[in-house]
Design a binder for this molecule. Sequence first.
Ligand code: NDP
Length: 459
Amino acid sequence: MSSYDYDLFVIGAGSGGVRASRIAAQLGARVAVAEDRFYGGTCVNIGCVPKKLFVYASHFAEEFEDAAGFGWSVGERSFDWPTLVANKTAEIERLNGIYERILKNAGVEIIDGRATVVDGHAVEVAGRRITAKHILVATGGKPFLPDIRGREHAVISDDMFYLEKFPKRVVVVGGGYIAVEFAGIMKGLGAEVTQLYRGPHFLRGFDDDLRQFLATEMRKKGIDVRFNSTVECIEKRGDEYFAELSNGREIAADLVLYATGRVAKTENLGLEQAGVELADNGAIKVDDAFRTSVPSIHAIGDVIDRVQLTPVALGEGMWLARHLFGETPAAPFDYDNIPSAVFSQPALASVGLTEAAAHDRYGELDVYISEFRPMKHTLSGSEERSFMKLIVDKASDRVVGAHMAGPEAGEIVQGLAIAIKMGATKAQFDATIGIHPTAAEEFVTMREPVVREVDKAAE
Ligand code: NDP
């Protein structure tokens, strides 16, 4: 019997922390988890889950329009923001309860409170000093707001889920996942939306064709997407906010949302004093086995800033729990071919390499592109189009990237991700029978590669 109070003490009951705790407990470890805010972390409470509920809500506006072409007449429409927020919050509270039960049923002790690390084997929480053979830091991240004048007038994504009043005019600053998703949500729910991105094209890291396609579609829907736009400061005059741009222009709004990235939550955790090394951006440095510079202290999820995605934190948590208390997985956690979706409107999803990255790695490529009007819109009258792209390494015929913009892009690309992870070739895609009539069948019926006049420069 170990002389420690626990085999594993987890700080943070978000996606990664809960998964690691549960698996460790199932493998026989004595586990405690400390949480000072809410069970399920960012994703469940102020991230993926409520965001997706808002995305559903915002789609109705277009669906009422689309219905007319199919013979429906939809009467007077109105949207009530407080109802959406209240229903969303009730669902999140239900999920909080589920997360708590998952932990309790697995035999994990839950401690309400903020834990700090004392040393490699001790933490302090709620006035108690607790010892553990292993400590796991899974505290996640928080929104980053640049240090501009008037930043106190901006809201962050956390706030968007609890706004009391629905704003008529919204300025969204940033060009990442959160900015693009909220631009679509707020537009769909009826706001006038301006999105400002500092660089020449938003969604850096995604395939260039996909990025351009999305910008076009968002503008078609009436979102004022502006690139090369830097906000100097935010001013408040009366009830209005003004985003002052570096080109001298200003944009008036009722709400300014900053979605300019997230940083690791490592402040005031006692990490540095305990000897845990941090990167310049505050993230915890870990090795292949999620071990920090203090070997008994581990870290997973957004706090290590590798890939800030819930399923990655879940995978890292499982890998670590098995490594510590079961059989060490045969290989380090695999970050290759992680699919992801942006719940923009239309949605985007990608797996594998962008064309530019594939070009750098493999040289000669065959690129297949299909852009079309989805069947539904032949009657709905909507101008929205869909886009699909496959990137094939010419030498091996392997499909090394798949990218899509269009309805259910995430659902479709999740399936393709299996094939790509398995190393499927284009010939195997071609040998797969499509499901007709679907949009997804395009991915197995693209026959002619596009001809590029010049190779695309690397990103
Ligand atoms: P991202 O890192 O995706 O994007 C941050 C954006 O802010 C970039 O466009 C960046 O520009 C810009 N930016 C950064 N600093 C500044 C600054 N000082 N001034 C102006 N603009 C700035 O962050 P998000 O906040 O959108 O999301 C955080 C993470 O959460 C994502 O990386 C993602 O992993 C995860 N997430 C995933 C979702 C999903 O799976 N659907 C949904 C939401 C979040 P530049 O590119 O020029 O650096």
